[in-house]
Design a protein. Structure first.
Lengths: 404, 259
């Protein structure tokens, strides 16, 4: 417990008990708030918050406000969407069970949430259209506002679907404290694309967790562009044999943005595979944090895990902290990891300029080239366009595109 | 007589604090092919890179006039748009960027500068097909990321292909023959010869006489210790092949030039 962290905080959350709440949810809220009080806000002494100070969060008197995810367009066939209150008993089985229990922010989300959205992918359903969910953090004239949006995805056995989750913001003092839980049943194939593009004034904390059953596949594409302070925790548990996950991430920061991604892949059972590729691009005085943990439990023989993090610093004042963390408790495994941080290659820059391409365009092309192997994993055109725009491509078309 | 395309006068340049060029004088007129030979470390590649504007190469004295303008005052991209082209000794690999995209960006940047309309994808591809045939480059290479995984010969061929697309007034070939076997050399030299024209001058930098059998120069200059110590016609190459460079290094430059 870190009582000082709460005692010094300007932001003092109060428990809420909305009227008409189902008894199990009332109970969950109480428990979550107690858990939050027990943990307190993290401090720099907490290992996982060493590089990310949260004064912008604890030093602001946030007022809780309503707001959650909205479905962009009608639910495709094979998909059911309910508010948590109306959700079936099934939601109860998963809600608050998938996110790691130790997180103060996810406990706070459960204690303060207005409602959650439950997306159910029916067993066996092969959903052709992506399920798009949008959250918008709007500012309030009354003062700084706190949102606690929450999403629960329950993907049935052998279902296949693509989920796109976007965080938008309109500027002003907003704090989004989000939680997303994804339960991937046996044999299901789920692709999750996350785009965080809140305003450059926003605070954003997101706990995203997936739990995978036997033979399931989970692909995560995580693009972080927005917010003054953003922290995403992505936790994947490979809970049964033959499960595979692939995590791709791109964080692009400028100005004084602070973008922090912590990922954990928990190889809990044998014969599971994980692939992870994260890239950071930092300009101005931006700071990036990548922490990638791979845990291979004693039982998880024949684990195959590869993790790569590469970062590009476009300015002398930009900074990145990259810490891979492998904890391997089984002996018959294949695990590799690598991390590099560098600048644009001066030789390549001159090569492009010597062909008549202007310096700025040349830098854009090389920055795009750096991001290309992650960017090409983005299958949602809207999200890809956003990334291209962010990379400042002044030329038409994508450099990776083969038009011949 | 018309104004020369390129006039280098008393050019001094250093790299990383080391003076490499020590008073180079050279005049190139339209349509002429000049070969520059010399021993390793004589400053041949430095001269090529200084003319192309590579950052980190600082000019400490002298002037370079190109089409009557101060070349040294121009950014690398401006030189390229004005028609200076450097074929690299070590072309750079750029994973993630397709050759086609890169070339279209380059060609359109040059065309825009020259007041010509930019090519759309279809026009550009027909140009690509036409030029690819000219320099015997496999169209598959054009679709791949820039130089990534290319063999030495493929990289050099790609350089000549770029030259064909960019249509320069002054092409500088920096040791284009290095690392090529005889077949690859034949193809690359064939491409260069296809691009010879009365409007295009070339500066062919090489260590070996071999290349000059295929790309026959109008003039040949020998660079030793940062200075041109001897100039002559193409027959000079044979003498260098026979005698090497040592006799030029030992004699004082003035005496050598007076031969």
């Amino acid at each position: 417990m870190t009582p000082t962290a709460l005692a010094e905080s300007v932001f003092l959350p109060r428990p809420v008990e909305p009227a008409g709440e189902t008894p199990w949810l009332v109970e969950r809220r109480r428990r979550a708030f107690a858990r939050f009080e027990e943990l307190g806000f993290p401090t720099p002494h907490d290992e996982s918050w060493r590089y990310t100070g949260i004064q912008a969060i604890t030093g602001t008197p946030w007022t809780r406000t309503r707001g959650g995810f909205e479905l962009a367009g009608p639910a495709p066939e094979g998909v059911r969407v309910h508010p948590l209150r109306e959700a079936l008993a099934q939601a109860r089985t998963f809600f608050d069970r998938i996110v790691p229990e130790a997180s103060a922010f996810s406990a706070l989300n459960a204690a303060l949430l207005d409602d959650a959205m439950v997306v159910e992918i029916l067993p066996g359903a092969v959903v052709a259209e992506p399920v798009e969910l949008v959250f918008r953090a709007g500012a309030s004239a009354a003062g700084p506002v706190l949102y606690s949006p929450r999403l629960l995805v329950v993907a049935g056995e052998r279902s296949e679907a693509a989920i796109v989750q976007t965080f938008e913001g309109g500027g002003g003092a907003t704090f989004t404290n989000a939680v997303t839980e994804i339960d991937v049943a046996a044999g299901a194939v789920i692709e999750h694309t996350l785009l965080q593009r809140e305003s450059r004034e926003a605070c954003h904390v997101h706990g995203l967790a997936a739990k995978q059953a036997r033979g399931s596949r989970f692909t995560s594409v995580n693009v972080a562009l927005g917010s003054a302070l953003a922290r995403t925790d992505l936790d994947v548990v490979l809970a049964d044999e033959g499960a595979e996950c692939a995590l791709y991430g791109l964080f692009i920061g400028g100005g004084t943005q602070h973008l922090d991604v912590h990922t954990t892949i928990d190889h809990a059972r044998p014969h599971c595979t994980s692939r992870e590729l994260y890239k950071g691009i930092l300009d101005g005085a931006a700071r990036g944090v990548f922490h990638g943990k791979i845990l291979v439990r004693p039982d998880a023989q024949k684990t195959d895990a590869v993790q790569t993090n590469k970062n590009l610093l476009l300015s002398r004042h930009a900074l990145v902290n990259s810490t891979p963390a492998l904890e391997i408790l089984a002996d018959d495994v294949k695990c590799r990891h690598g991390s590099t941080t560098g600048q644009l290659d001066a030789g390549a820059l001159f090569y492009l300029r010597s062909r008549g391409i202007g310096e700025e365009a040349a830098r854009s092309i090389l920055t795009w080239a750096f991001a290309a192997d992650v960017a090409e994993r983005i299958r949602i055109p809207r999200v890809r366009a956003e990334v291209e725009r962010e990379l400042g491509l002044v030329l038409s078309g994508s450099p990776a595109e083969v038009t011949a | 007589m018309t104004q020369p395309l390129l006039v280098i006068e008393n050019l001094y340049a250093s790299v990383g604090g080391n003076e490499i060029l020590r008073g180079v004088d050279l005049t190139v007129r339209a349509g002429e092919i000049h070969a520059i030979m010399g021993p390793n470390g004589s400053g041949k590649s430095t001269l090529a890179h200084v003319l192309a504007g590579r950052p980190g190469y600082s000019v400490t004295g002298g002037t370079v006039r190109y089409k009557g303008r101060d070349l040294l005052a121009m950014a690398p991209e401006e030189r390229a748009r004005e028609g200076v082209f450097l074929a690299f000794q070590y072309p750079v690999e750029i994973p993630g960027v397709s050759n086609v995209y890169f070339l279209k960006a380059a060609v359109n940047a040059v065309r825009k500068h020259r007041g010509l309309p930019e090519y759309d994808a279809i026009e550009f591809l027909s140009l690509v097909k036409q030029k690819a045939k000219l320099v015997e480059i496999d169209e598959d290479l054009i679709k791949r990321p820039v130089n990534e995984g290319f063999s030495g010969g493929e990289k050099k061929r790609n350089e000549i292909f770029q030259m064909a697309l960019l249509d320069p007034s002054l092409a500088i070939l920096d040791e284009t023959d290095s690392g090529l076997d005889i077949d690859a050399l034949r193809v690359v030299a064939g491409g260069v010869n296809e691009l010879r024209s009365p409007e295009r001058s070339m500066l062919v930098v090489t260590h070996y006489q071999r290349l000059l059998n295929s790309i026959v120069p109008d003039f040949l200059h020998v660079l030793v210790e940062g200075r041109i110590v001897l100039s002559g016609g193409k027959e000079l190459a044979l003498e260098l092949e026979e005698r090497g460079y040592a006799w030029l290094e030992k004699e004082p430059p003035v005496a050598a030039a007076a031969r």
